[in-house]
Design a protein. Structure first.
Length: 461
């Protein structure tokens, strides 16, 4: 009997051990096999943290040459568009016991009235934005107030160190955080910082490993613009305003062998850091690329180039100017009704004689003249890397009369942009090939760089 009870106790203990082992084994199977991914994720969550980050917007830089003995020598780069620290401050109304006292204290620091602050807080949102674009100095003063219910968030602000320099060419970062006009608009997808997730190690792992950080910053743009030449061009326009009271003006400096733009100046310009204060929104347009005009006498060299290239005239070819030329009931006169008598084609250009341009155009057929207008790029956009370029197809010449072609020979009755004109002149200067004008010569992102190569047409003349 004693042996039976003794064996029973041993067997019972063995049974308990077997049951416990089975429970532990099943639990291990459940943890390691069934819920492996769940517990792995929980463990990873304790070791690694994730946060949403947005990269900085890319910078825009230009060369800043040094002038010496009338020549411009390469210098260092100058920043035209960059980012500076800025903050947004918000108030959580439910956390503020005395809103009036809160608003009074804050108003002394941020430059807004108590009433304006209270009005911002009087809404349905839990967090009310009180002020954007808060500077570092302002934020330090705000922190000293130690106000409960006040929060701040870093929100970098676009900053243009050179103020109004190249304002229409650059464009600006709008209130919605997207590029508007100019380069800022055209290269929005390249300049903008990307949103992503940043992985951060925690605990001891953080001491022995680098945080996994993917570069999310936008790319930097290096311009063909030379800031020194750009400044000189804008200064010349301002002097013309003082001297001749011009309403507007443009200066384009372009290398005819490549299309690199060294200056693209407009008058009037505006302060890029204060663009929201401008009441006339037309000032944001780049007149060099976004406004059409009748080129007038600056078109005469193209008429001469067409006739010369077709071997219909030479520089010494002469005609007799009588001061006018008629087409039915319509008559074309020279400026100020001048009469020049016998003139060479060279003298026609020197004296800017309207009837001489008409004579040259009459030496080629209408279709030939129109073909050259197409080849010079005067019926399409140049493709310059700026937002909002316009062009005219100059359809008036497609089914034109003799009178239409006559007036077109000296730049009337057709429409062009200044950038089309300067692009066309490149062919006359470089031996016959029209260049595509461009403003960005290099795009850089971290260690990666992409250089923009010049683009030239097939020979036109």
């Amino acid at each position: 009997m004693k042996i039976f009870f003794k064996n029973w106790r041993v067997n019972f203990i063995l049974l308990l051990i077997i049951i416990a082992g089975a429970v532990i084994t099943s639990r291990l199977f459940f943890v390691q096999v069934v819920n492996h991914k769940l517990y792995q994720s929980q463990a990873l969550g304790q070791q690694v943290g994730f946060s949403k980050v947005t990269g900085s917007r890319g910078q825009i830089l230009c060369e800043n040459s040094q002038q010496s003995k009338g020549a411009y020598n390469s210098g260092q780069t100058k920043n035209l568009a960059t980012n500076k620290d800025s903050w947004i401050i918000s108030a959580a109304s439910d956390e503020i016991s005395d809103k009036t006292a809160f608003a009074e204290a804050l108003s002394e620091v941020i430059g807004q009235t108590k009433e304006e602050i209270l009005a911002e807080m009087d809404g349905d949102n839990y967090y009310a934005v009180i002020k954007k674009a808060v500077s570092a100095d302002e934020l330090n003063k705000i922190k000293e107030l130690n106000l409960k219910g006040l929060y701040w968030e870093n929100n970098p602000e676009r900053f243009y160190p050179q103020g109004e320099l190249a304002s229409q060419a650059l464009g600006f970062l709008g209130g919605e955080g997207t590029g508007q006009y100019g380069l800022e608009g055209y290269y929005e997808d390249i300049l903008m910082g990307k949103s992503g997730i940043k992985e951060e190690k925690r605990g001891l792992d953080a001491l022995f490993s680098n945080n996994n950080s993917i570069s999310l910053d936008g790319s930097d743009l290096y311009l063909t613009i030379d800031c020194n030449i750009q400044f000189q061009a804008e200064s010349l326009l301002k002097k013309q305003k003082e001297k001749n009271d011009i309403d507007s003006g443009q200066i384009i400096v372009l290398k005819p062998d490549s299309g690199r733009i060294l200056a693209l100046a407009n008058y009037p310009s505006f302060d890029l850091n204060q663009y929201s204060k401008e009441k006339n929104l037309e000032i944001f347009q780049n007149s060099a690329t976004q406004k059409l005009f009748e080129p007038g006498s600056i078109f005469k060299p193209f008429t001469m180039a067409i006739a010369l290239n077709e071997n219909k005239i030479t520089p010494e070819t002469t005609y007799v100017d009588t001061g006018s030329v008629s087409f039915g009931a319509k008559t074309i006169h020279n400026f100020a009704n001048e009469i020049y008598g016998e003139q060479t084609m060279t003298q026609v250009l020197e004296n800017s004689i309207n009837t001489g341009a008409v004579f040259a155009s009459q030496q080629v057929s209408h279709q030939t003249f129109l073909n050259y207008v197409d080849k010079f790029g005067f019926t399409k956009k140049t493709g310059i890397d700026l937002q909002g370029e316009v062009s005219s197809n100059n359809n008036v010449l497609r089914n034109a009369t003799d009178m239409n072609f006559a007036t077109a020979s000296f730049g009337q009755g057709i429409e062009l942009t200044p950038i089309q004109i300067i692009s066309g002149f490149s062919a006359i200067a470089n031996g016959g090939r029209v260049v595509k004008p461009y403003l960005v010569e290099k795009i850089a992102s971290g260690q990666d760089e992409m250089e923009i190569k010049p683009q030239l047409s097939d020979p036109v003349i």
